[in-house]
Design a protein around this ligand. Structure first.
Ligand SMILES: [Zn+2]
Ligand SMILES: [Zn+2]
Length: 390
């Protein structure tokens, strides 16, 4: 049975036009903006349980594995499988156990989007213990022990990693995978993330690793309308420097999945990312609130377990920003700021993004929330904070 999480009150009723599976999204009839929030309507059935992937009618199953602060997604289609990222160094055994439970004994593909430790952390453990046909990595080296451990594991297995080429496609069971990025080399690891679009019939899923504005800008310019996807693995764990507005305008995901840890020290997901996702009418899943998220496609319909939580409370860990920008009550968690706002310090004459860590230090009497534009605020004598660069 489905395990309901703390977000379940905000479950959206998506049962129209479908008799067998209630939590179903029909690509032709579902307009997310018009869907009301209905209480206590969560209904799923035993078929939604995904302990075993091989006995379903779906052509693609994507598990956004809850490995804490990091990324790890397992995609399976017709007995073929691809793992995108391996979480932190502590995630290796958890991922292996997850593969075992899903009946995955071999990976067709391991994609390591970029060499940060929250993406390649568990890679050495997976590579040394699970047979893998192809390992994909970007053309970007990092000088840390996890990267070295990964290279050692590849050498131990005699695996020569593949650097994917943008525009290249390959198959995963009955699905097609297309490489969308990185289009060129960038200075920092996040912007060198491998970006993939996986198409299953009429449905598609996009994975962007930790790609930030720079890489997303190039991908948007290059691929435009081709980015259109039903499900979006939210970039960089919901950081404000990813999920750019122009990129989202093309992707227009019906569903977005944030992979991060509850109470993470980065404050993910950031308010600005959530605002952008919400403003395009996307429904939200969160591993920090819901654990592992399973989304399936049979080529026409998308089903999921659990249902979207649509919990728009940002992960900022400062008390002031929590109370200023979102209620922590489940029942009113949709009350996040509706438009771009800034926080002013009337004493220092600085202004901040809502997720800036400096906000915690502003005295209540000096703190003011402004709905004015950035230019208007600057014109009235305020200077942008150097830490959050609003
Ligand atoms: Zn990351
Ligand atoms: Zn990263």
């Amino acid at each position: 049975m489905l395990i309901l999480t703390g977000c379940s009150q905000n479950t959206i009723a998506l049962a129209q036009n479908n008799n067998s599976v209630n939590a179903t999204y029909d690509i032709n009839s579902f307009l997310p903006q018009d869907t009301g929030v209905v209480e206590n309507t969560t209904t799923t059935n035993e078929n939604q349980n995904t302990q075993s992937y091989q006995q379903t009618s779906a052509n693609l199953t994507v598990n956004y594995i809850d490995i804490g602060q990091g990324d790890a997604e397992l995609l399976t289609s017709d007995g073929h499988s691809m793992l995108i990222d391996t979480g932190t160094p502590e995630s290796g055994s958890k991922i292996r156990l997850f593969l075992q439970k899903q009946g995955v004994q071999k990976l067709d593909y391991l994609v390591l989007t970029h060499p940060d430790s929250d993406h390649i952390g568990g890679a050495a453990s997976v590579i040394t213990n699970v047979p893998i046909d192809t390992v994909m990595m970007p053309d970007y080296q990092k000088d840390n022990k996890y990267y070295k451990g990964l290279i050692d594991a590849l050498n131990y297995r005699y695996i020569n990693p593949t650097i994917p080429v943008v525009g290249q496609t390959f198959t995963l069971g009955s699905c097609t995978v297309k490489v969308l990025g990185p289009i060129r080399k960038y200075d920092d690891p996040n912007n060198n993330s491998i970006v993939l679009k996986v198409t299953c019939g009429n449905n598609s899923f996009i994975f962007v690793g930790d790609a930030e504005e720079e890489e997303l800008y190039d991908i948007t310019n290059h691929f435009g309308a081709e980015l259109d996807s039903d499900v979006y693995k939210v970039g960089h764990h919901g950081s404000h420097n990813s999920s750019s507005e122009s990129f989202l305008r093309y992707v227009t995901p019906v569903f977005s999945v944030v992979s991060c840890a509850e109470g993470n020290s980065y404050g993910y997901p950031h308010a600005e990312s959530l605002i952008r996702l919400r403003s395009i009418g996307s429904h939200l899943f969160r591993t920090d609130k819901q654990g592992t998220i399973t989304i399936k496609s049979d080529g026409a319909n998308i089903t999921y377990d659990p249902s979207p939580c649509d919990n728009w409370t940002p992960g900022e860990n400062t008390q002031n920003s929590q109370s200023s920008f979102a209620s922590t009550q489940d029942t009113t968690s949709t009350s996040i700021v509706e438009s771009s706002q800034y926080v002013l310090n009337t004493n220092t004459k600085k202004f901040h993004r809502p997720d800036c860590s400096s906000i915690a230090d502003i005295k209540e009497k000096n703190k003011k929330i402004s709905n004015q534009s950035r230019d208007e605020i600057i014109n009235s004598g305020f200077k942008p904070c150097k830490r959050c660069n609003p």
